[in-house]
Design a protein around this ligand. Structure first.
Ligand SMILES: [Zn+2]
Length: 241
């Protein structure tokens, strides 16, 4: 399938803030989910059957930076998502991996100019596992916490030793791009860690953290959803039209 034959799945989360008429151009971060991920088998949706797992891919643009959080492993869906957002693959300057599982990074080969980063503890843990993926080994670097103005990486270990969440703040709204710290809204409602979590107790602490601070959670294998006073509200979907 050619990229343009794949329907767009773009879900806008945050848009830059418009200033007063005739004033400065809109400012602040943009966050859009380019494609919502899915699990290989979602026990809350057995009707979806089995398929290969693919992570959620999220675009963050701030202060002239173009960042992808995870890339997934479906090349056609990623290219369609970038096209839908009007972003050329060469324009992506940074890929932040929430963690180093293949379903979250395999399409990184489509982004030739991007610096590829993860948390320091994740890079150390991944290298100590023997780091079988040579391409990623050549590119993966640890990152500092501050990624861009209003965009931070915070450690949310549990799924893997160095799993991290990208937090994007704007005008009192906080978006948590959580990777597999939250598999989906169904898992968040039940406070259920991912089945392959290295530290399920730490995963449960992450749920409490997100409930306390986030307005929107972008999960690793599902659609983004809003929180109202810590309780999951509606899932966000591509706009109709
Ligand atoms: Zn995953």
């Amino acid at each position: 399938m050619t990229p343009s034959a794949v329907p767009t799945e773009l879900i806008p989360i945050l848009a830059p803030l418009a200033s007063s008429p005739g004033g400065l151009p809109p400012t602040g971060p943009l966050v859009s989910v380019l494609l919502p991920g899915h699990l290989s088998y979602d026990k809350y949706h057995p009707e979806w059957g089995e398929r290969s797992a693919c992570s959620t891919v999220t675009l963050v643009q701030a202060a002239g930076r173009t960042i992808l959080v995870d890339t997934g492993l479906d090349d056609a869906r990623l290219l369609a998502g970038l096209e839908g957002a009007g972003v050329a693959p060469e324009a992506v300057d940074t890929v932040v991996l929430t963690h180093t599982h293949g379903d979250h990074y395999r399409s990184v080969h489509l982004l030739p100019r991007a610096r590829v980063v993860a948390s320091g503890p994740e890079v150390v843990a991944w290298r100590s596992r023997g780091a079988p993926d040579k391409e990623l080994l050549a590119r993966l670097q640890p990152t500092v916490t501050g990624l861009a103005p209003g965009v931070r990486l915070v450690l949310t270990p549990g799924h893997t030793p160095g799993s991290a969440t990208v937090l994007v703040a704007q005008a009192g709204q906080l978006v948590a791009i959580a990777g597999d710290a939250v598999d989906s809204r169904d898992f968040f409602i039940r406070r259920e860690p991912s089945h392959n979590a290295v530290d399920p107790a730490a995963e449960r602490r992450n749920f409490d953290l997100f409930a306390a601070i986030a307005d929107v959670i972008v999960p690793g294998h599902g659609h983004p959803f809003r929180l109202e006073h810590g309780a999951p509200a509606e899932e966000l979907a591509p706009p109709r039209g």
